[in-house]
Every structure is written in C-alpha cells, then in structure tokens.
Design a protein around this ligand. Sequence first.
Ligand code: 13P
Length: 393
Amino acid sequence: MLSEMSRTALWQLPPHQELLITERLSPPNKHYRFQALTAEQKKELSDLAKRIVADGKGILAADKSVGTMGNCLQRIKVENTEENRCQFREILFSVDKSINQSIGGVILFHETLYQKDSQGKWFRDILKEKGIVVGIKLDQGAAPLAGTNQETTIQGLDGLSQCCAQYKKDGADFGKWRAVLKIADQCPSNLAIQENANALARYASICQQNGLVPIVEPEVIPDGDHDIEHCQYVSEKVLAAVYKALNDHHVYLEGTLLKPNMVTAGHACTKKYTPEQVAMATVTTLHRTVPAAVPGICFLSGGMSEEDATLNLNAINLCPLPKPWKLSFSYGQALQASALDAWRGKAANKKATQEAFVKRAQANNQETKGQYVHSGTSSSASSQSLFTPCYTY
Ligand code: 13P
C-alpha cells in the first residue's frame, strides 16, 4: 500500500516518467520490462514536440521533392534548377526573426538540409538561430499495392534508422512521413489502411529511437465527389488504425505530432460546406480517434486555398467540442502560394515575396488562437484553389 505522501508525490512527476511509476505499481509483466525509450529520450522528444506547436506556432512544410517543386515553379514560369529552388527557400528562411512567433518548425527536403544561403551559411543554422526546429522529409514516395484499386503504400523503411541518425547529427529534430489514402470504389481498402498504418508506426518508432519527433501523416486525399460525412467515416477508420498501430509499436505518443487532412467534402462534391461544418466534422473525428496524450495536431492544407485553410483552422479552434491537443498547421501549398506568385523568379521581388509569406504566417498564427478575422481583401493567389489531382509531395 502506498502512503498518502507517496501518493501525492506520484502526481507531481513529469509525464515522461509516468510509465516507470506504473511499472512499479503493476504486477510483473514480461512484455513490460522492455522499455522502448529511456526517460531522457522521452523528455527530449516531448520537449521538442511541444516547442514546435507552442502557442500560436505551426509548421512550414518546405519539403517538396524536386519534381513537385518543379510543378510549382512551372506555374510561375521559372526553371526547375537547384539554384532556383535554393533561391526561393533562401528568401523564405531569411525573413525577420519575428517569424518564430508563427513558425515553430520547418520541414526540409534532403537537398535543402544540405544547402547554404548566398553568404555561405547553412539553411538549417539560419532556422535554428531563429529558434525554429528543423525537420526532414523521410518517406521515399508511393509504391502500388497490387490487387487494389490503384492504392499505394509508402517506401523508405529500409535503412531508415541510419538515415535518421545521420539527419539528427546534421541538425534535424523531427521527421515527416506522408501516407496517402483515397476515397473511391472499394477505397480505402482494409489492406491499404492496415499497411499504411503499420508503415507509419514503424517509421515513428525508428524516428524516436534516433531522437527525431515523428510527424505521423495519414492523408485522406480530397480527390473525388464524396460528401463530408463520407470523408469523416473514412478519416475515423484511418486514424483509429493508425493509433492502434502506434500503440502496437510502443510509440511514445507525447513525443509525436499528427498531421491529418481536415475533414472536408471531395474536391468534386457539388455540395458546399461552411468552415463551421468542416470544423465540427474534423474535431468530432479527432475526438473519437486521437488520444489526448498527443501534444499537437498540425493539419495539411490538401489543395485548399490559403484563405480557406486559414478560415477552416480558425473555425476548428473555435469549435465547442473538447480539444485536448494544440490544433495548428503544417501547410505547404497554403503557406507558399502567394509568396511564389510574388516572387516569379526575380531577386527584385524579394521584399514582396517575404511580405506575402509573413502575411500568411501571421494569419495562421491568429487561426491557431481562433482569432483570425478575414479582411475581405484577399489577393487572387490567396483565394485560389491549390488542388492537384493525386497530389504527390
Ligand atoms: P500541403 O501542401 O497539402 O499543405 O501539404 C503539406 C505536406 O507536408 C504534405 O506532406
């Protein structure tokens, strides 16, 4: 029996030590003796995750692969060269330090982690000096699942541990792995849900072993004409499978972040929904499937316009359901579309590009607090749909 004093002491322990205490209280259990992570490893992961989604902060996903970045550059008639990709990213990363009020983490692509600015300074050091946590895209793209309606799994588990160890040495503190599920005839199949959930969990476990916070991204893509209820049904099934797999793989939830789709109707659905309807469907889904131990949920923008992504997340943060996690953003397209449009490959447009980027980052800072007020004067770039069919990253 525990004395009253030791009972009180129990409650004062930091969360990362709870497991050890429970272990002492539990009857001997042979599975339980194999700890996946030490208390120090857990503390490092949970501190990093909390820093990334600290009040008002979200993530800039600047990790488009070479091909996907090429599509963006093509739209503004800029050639897809390493130099041009580097120049655009230098403009974003060299904005004033106050960007750290809105951006807690930046996800980089392999190429960008090893690039320097025009003064010869590593991008990763520029970000770290601003207090921004550096992340790295770790998945290696999709591979077909034979015998399904063109569904996929994600590659990149082979050699992942060595990659993570190297990236950690080179300054990364979190990782990203995007799994794609689609809504269509017979989709998502149980095979696609289970396979992607297991790959995400395996990736998350490997990241944590190497000191990287895993961003777990099971994206239900918006392709199709399904309604919001259908998206909610599928998103619940997918997330429930992901959290079962994370638990099976002994992943420490406090040291993870979730990056899901918002629950919306398909891009081709004729029925339109308000931000409040999107918010209610999204928070209901998360409330039913995501444990409260997860510190933050950072939504992807999934082809929404910059303005819609902001308005929807603002409504999500105002939704009256219980919300035990930080609800924030990890936008790629919806943080860079206006900036790309302002840049158009010209150094002379640097100031306008930075202003466009900062404006979106600040709007998203407001939305994480449910305080965004739409000015009614959006630029055409910010209100334009960014939907790309079967989007790859
Ligand atoms: P969006 O461009 O849809 O916001 O996605 C960001 C991302 O990182 C996808 O993996």
